[in-house]
Ligand binder design. Structure first.
Ligand SMILES: NC(=O)C1=CN([C@@H]2O[C@H](COP(=O)(O)OP(=O)(O)OC[C@H]3O[C@@H](n4cnc5c(N)ncnc54)[C@H](O)[C@@H]3O)[C@@H](O)[C@H]2O)C=CC1
Ligand SMILES: O=C(O)CCC(=O)C(=O)O
Length: 412
């Protein structure tokens, strides 16, 4: 279904923003696709002796406002169109929070769940060798995304540093602290989503400690969201992972669920009713947070979403058609390009700290993050009210306007 093609969706969103801003559509022609996309083959000797060849991509959408920036995903559904769309959303995301980066994204089509640590390391190293000509701490800086983590970032630093002949910590962000990581980066995507969700709750005269929350996905974004929200007093009534969903009206305890997931492989073994991921999304709650994959809220289920706020920690969880339905139903959406921008914001802090070789405290990171995220929310909300556009359109308009101003200043 065309509505599920995230590349076409990203194009539509950018086009609409250009039209609403009344800018020269030549700028749309520039921004409707990435500047550069590389596709590489990744041959790996598997543990059983076979050679397996994976396909990897790196897309650099735009670098007008700074080097390309964005995560790398290892997942069986990675396609070139997905990586292109994700890189387009990174340009928009960075412009919204005002970090001096453009948009990039990468991915390898593989299933880490079926791979050993050694095989994942081999894929990572070969991926970095393949994309090394186009990345660099002033060119394009990868980071973690779905099914990649601090360990994968550490291998990336090592492989890139070997190619260069010196240690270059600034080549990726989301690293372990010992290798130039920043405090707060691991929780940053979740923290950014919490800050913007709290702003959204204020607009509805609600507070976090009265709110019921449902979260789809229990990885870096989803688990940290559940933990921070639980500790702030919210009631987490539903969570899920790729194996299914768990519902408990009395509330779930995230840290206990994490232990259960570690020992038994899924949150569904926690205390509560096991339901499907689809049913989870349709659960009555105050805040629904998709924190897994794309296209989860679509034309089929958008009319059954019962949340007052949808805060999109995942990239692209809502299709273009569903977004319209949520807006018509007056559900307040904190769009992905805002709600998930905490990760790249602290990645920017990490990159700055690597350049200074001087490291900040938790408090320094969190105060800066809070201000950036809350200000970005207010700017978007103001645009949403002034121009009578939905929150996503408002966010795109602010971002596209900034990128186009940058292009003009640079002479285009
Ligand atoms: N890690 C980061 O810093 C950032 C992540 N994001 C976005 O957040 C989302 C989640 O990413 P991470 O938490 O980093 O990934 P992760 O790999 O840490 O966790 C992914 C989670 O999603 C679950 N999942 C996979 N398929 C699912 C399905 N069909 N239904 C329900 N759950 C499913 C997995 O079981 C896992 O719990 C993605 O859209 C990613 O692009 C956005 C900004 C930054
Ligand atoms: O931290 C980063 O550089 C990028 C994170 C990312 O991939 C995202 O925001 O989707």
């Amino acid at each position: 279904m065309a509505d599920n093609n995230v590349f076409l969706a990203a194009q539509k969103q950018i086009r609409l923003a250009c039209e609403r801003l009344g800018i020269d559509m030549g700028y749309y022609e520039i921004l409707k696709q990435p500047k550069r996309v590389i596709e590489i083959s990744i041959p790996v000797r598997m543990d059983d002796g076979r050679i397996e060849v994976y396909t990897g991509y790196r897309s650099q959408h735009d670098d007008t406002l700074g080097p390309a920036k964005g995560g790398v995903r290892f997942h069986p559904s990675v396609t070139v169109d997905e990586v292109k769309a994700l890189s387009m959303w990174m340009t928009i995301k960075c412009a919204i929070v005002g970090v001096p980066f453009g948009g990039g994204k990468g991915g390898v089509n593989c299933n880490p769940k079926n791979l050993s640590q050694r095989e994942i390391e081999e894929i990572t190293r070969e991926y970095i060798r393949g994309i090394s000509p186009i990345i660099g701490s002033d060119k394009d800086i990868p980071a973690p995304d779905v099914y990649t983590n601090q360990q994968v970032m550490a291998w990336m630093v090592d492989e890139y540093s070997k190619i260069k002949g010196y240690t270059d910590h600034g080549i990726v962000t989301g690293k372990p602290l010992l290798l130039g990581g920043s405090v707060g980066r691991n929780e940053a995507t979740a923290m950014g989503c919490v800050i913007t969700t709290m702003e959204a709750l204020k607009k509805l005269n609600m507070s976090l400690d009265e709110a019921t929350v449902v979260i789809q996905g229990f990885g870096n974004a989803g688990f940290n969201l559940a933990k921070i929200l639980y500790e702030a007093g919210a009631k987490i009534i539903g969570v899920s992972d790729s194996k299914g969903a768990l519902f408990n009206q009395e509330g779930l305890v995230p840290k206990e669920l994490l232990e259960i997931k570690k020992s038994k492989g899924s949150v569904i073994y926690g205390e509560g009713e096991v339901i499907t991921n689809q049913k989870l999304l349709e659960t009555k709650c105050d805040v629904l947070i998709p924190a897994a994959l794309e296209n989860q809220i679509n034309e089929k289920n958008a009319c059954r979403i019962k949340a007052k706020i949808v805060a999109e920690a995942a990239n692209g969880p809502t299709t273009v058609a569903a977004s319209k339905i949520l807006n018509e139903r007056k559900i307040l959406v904190v769009p992905d390009i805002l709600a998930s921008a905490g990760g790249v914001t602290v990645s920017y802090f990490e990159w700055v700290q690597n350049r200074m070789n001087y490291y900040w405290t938790d408090q320094q990171v969190n105060e800066k993050l809070e201000k950036i995220m809350a200000d970005a929310f207010q700017n978007i909300y103001q645009m949403h009210e002034e121009k009578s556009v939905d929150m996503r359109e408002a966010a795109f308009m602010i971002a596209i306007n900034r990128v186009v101003q940058g292009l003009k200043l640079r002479g285009l």
